[in-house]
Design a protein around this ligand. Structure first.
Ligand code: NDP
Ligand code: GDR
Length: 355
């Protein structure tokens, strides 16, 4: 019998990699997508199957984490063995603009799914994965951060995810649901949303190299992140749900780079060295060969409260799940720049980023 999985957020970066992984493992995969006025399934179109075929294993349903009746009906119809709750308003800076919506989708949305499991009496059948985040650690309390490190959220996004984290723990303890939090540090890929800093950088590197853009505008260059590859991280999510009991795990590489270093390593992929001059908002990145300013600070990308330093310790995941990150940040940047060069050569399309 094929296992059945329900993925919320299937049209996002992680949803696409996870759907692919589960299909390879023989699962029947149901994905939840939102109604949108334009196509929003680009990341999973290659997995689409004609719903009239007899052996369809990838199915999509309309839904929204803000709509509990929709979620209850979906869970009832699908009767999933595993739910992966990846849907979220996932942009930290946008959460300062849309705090109430973010709390609804990212916080209460998680409760709605857990309640669906309970209302339908699926506590003994359906395992639950919650996409928790290193943003929970926020203001540095300990380096590196592990499962026992105290949380200190620094954005409406992180505060909403804090509720989701604890409600997942609570439903595990109160109702015996096999529920797990993956506390995932930043993970990226060529499928990363274009307004997250790594993809914004690699797209700009490709566009500047091809003469389609003059400059890259960024915010805080000194912020430090533990960047891994999404392909590695979805494997970790799956492993959490294969354990005999639910638990909480950090997934991270343990290696830290600044935004500035990510800029440098990405430009290196097109043989461009960056020279930095000036300080603060006056800082500029010059193309060392031509002297042209190609990186500039725009304070609009500064956040009201910033998370300065994230470095994860994934020892528990290594010991209990046999999980380890396999792709380095240098390999990640190289793959992302190469893919963005391919895309831009094909389409010539390079919109500026607003966040
Ligand atoms: P993306 O932003 O790429 O994808 C988010 C997905 O959620 C999209 O499919 C989006 O749909 C969907 N979505 C947003 N709001 C709703 C809603 N109200 N109802 C239903 N679906 C909704 O995120 P990632 O793939 O990068 O991340 C997956 C999850 O992991 C998120 O919860 C994120 O917060 C969390 N996370 C991510 C990390 C990372 O580094 N990538 C690290 C730690 C946690 P649409 O395509 O229509 O916008
Ligand atoms: P983050 O990712 O906030 O860590 O959340 P993001 O790539 O947006 O920012 C990383 C760091 O880069 C700094 N930065 C900029 N960020 C953006 N987006 N745009 C810029 O121009 C820019 N310049 C500098 C930011 O200030 C920040 O310090 C991601 C999301 O995927 C969350 O959903 C997830 O939970 C966490 O990672 C782990």
């Amino acid at each position: 019998m094929n296992k059945v999985a329900l993925i919320t957020g299937v049209t996002g970066q992680d949803g696409a990699y996870l759907a692919e992984l589960l299909l390879q493992k023989g699962y029947i995969v149901h994905g939840v997508k939102r109604r949108s006025s334009s196509f929003n399934t680009g990341r999973v179109d290659h997995l689409y199957q004609d719903p009239h075929a007899s052996d369809v294993r990838f199915l999509m349903h309309y839904g929204d984490l803000a709509d509990s009746t929709n979620l209850i009906r979906l869970v009832q119809e699908v009767q999933p063995d595993e739910i992966y709750n990846l849907a979220a308003q996932s942009h930290v800076q946008v959460s300062f603009e849309t705090p109430e919506y973010t709390a609804n989708a990212d916080g209460v949305g998680t409760l709605r799914l857990l309640e669906a499991i309970r209302i339908l009496k699926l506590e003994g059948k359906t395992r639950f994965y919650q996409a928790s985040t290193s943003e929970l650690y926020g203001k540095v309390q300990e380096i590196p951060q592990r499962e026992s490190t105290p949380f200190y959220p620094r954005s409406p996004y992180a505060a909403a995810k804090l509720y989701a984290y604890w409600i997942t723990v609570n439903y595990r303890e109160a109702y015996g649901i096999h529920a797990s939090n993956g506390i995932l540090f930043n993970h990226e890929s060529p499928l990363r949303g274009e307004t997250f800093v790594t993809r914004k950088i690699t797209r700009a590197v490709a566009a500047i190299h091809l003469g389609l853009q003059n400059k890259l505008y960024l915010g805080n260059l000194d912020s430090k992140r533990d960047w891994g590859h999404a392909r590695d991280y979805v494997e970790g999510m799956w492993r959490m749900l294969q354990q005999p009991i639910g638990d909480d795990y950090v997934l991270a590489t343990g290696k830290v780079r600044s935004v500035r270093e990510f800029v440098e390593m990405s430009f290196r992929e097109v043989d461009c060295a960056i020279e930095w001059t000036g300080t603060g908002v006056e800082e500029r990145g010059l193309d060392a060969k031509t002297g042209e300013v190609i990186v500039q600070i725009d304070p609009r990308y500064f956040r009201p409260t910033e998370v300065e330093y994230l470095q994860g310790d994934a020892t528990k995941a290594r010991d209990k799940l046999g999980w380890q990150a396999t792709i380095t940040v240098e390999e990640l940047a190289a793959e992302m720049v190469a893919e963005d060069l391919k895309v831009l050569r094909r389409t010539g399309d390079c919109h500026a980023s607003h966040v």
